[in-house]
Design a protein around this ligand. Structure first.
Ligand code: COA
Length: 146
């Protein structure tokens, strides 16, 4: 993801997360840390940006900051591919675990993460606002002690 992608990404963000979309400033702030502690990627399907993901990595820990697939491109394996790429990047950087937060009722995303090997560590109450809990999930990467 480069700065000129932000306008399109923010448009997808608004469609997918109407309650709390990331602002352009948030994406600018994240990209300022690429490649030191961040990794951000977009997928172009020929009609423009169809998906994006971002990782925050300070070994041994990584966090999946964001992952999203535009409505027109969902259900075709793109989310799975981007998640695998994000995990591979965390591993490449020497991270031993990848953490993430997901809305407790986001069944599609939870299914995606569970199939990729993430396990739920618990629930954070009102994380996204009143009544909107987050599930904290973790993927342990090979080589981690206990
Ligand atoms: C969650 C999201 C990234 C998944 O991306 P996607 O490209 O649509 O998903 P994929 O086609 O790669 O499917 C991967 C897995 O997700 C799950 N999944 C996908 N669509 C699903 C649906 N409609 N219902 C339930 N599970 C679904 C399945 O486990 C699927 O694996 P399978 O095909 O082996 O069963 C995408 O739907 C999205 O951007 N949603 C809105 C934004 C969002 O919620 N982001 C995550 C915030 S934490």
């Amino acid at each position: 993801m480069r700065w000129w992608d932000i306008e399109t990404v923010v448009g997808i963000e608004a469609a997918l997360f109407p309650d709390d979309p990331w602002t352009p400033e948030q994406f600018w702030g994240e990209l300022a840390h690429v490649p030191d502690t961040r990794w951000y990627v977009v997928h172009d399907d020929g009609s423009g940006i169809a998906a994006y993901a971002g990782v925050f990595a300070i070994p041994p820990d990584a966090d999946l900051q964001t992952i999203a697939v535009a409505p027109r491109a969902q259900g075709r394996g793109l989310g799975r591919e981007l998640l695998a790429a994000a995990v591979a990047e965390a591993r490449r950087r020497g991270c031993r675990q990848v953490m993430l937060e997901v809305a407790h009722d986001n069944e599609t995303a939870i299914a995606l993460y569970t199939r990729a090997g993430f396990e739920s560590l618990g629930r954070r109450r009102d994380y996204y606002g009143p009544g909107r809990d987050a599930l904290i999930m973790r993927l342990r990467l090979a080589g981690e002690a206990s």
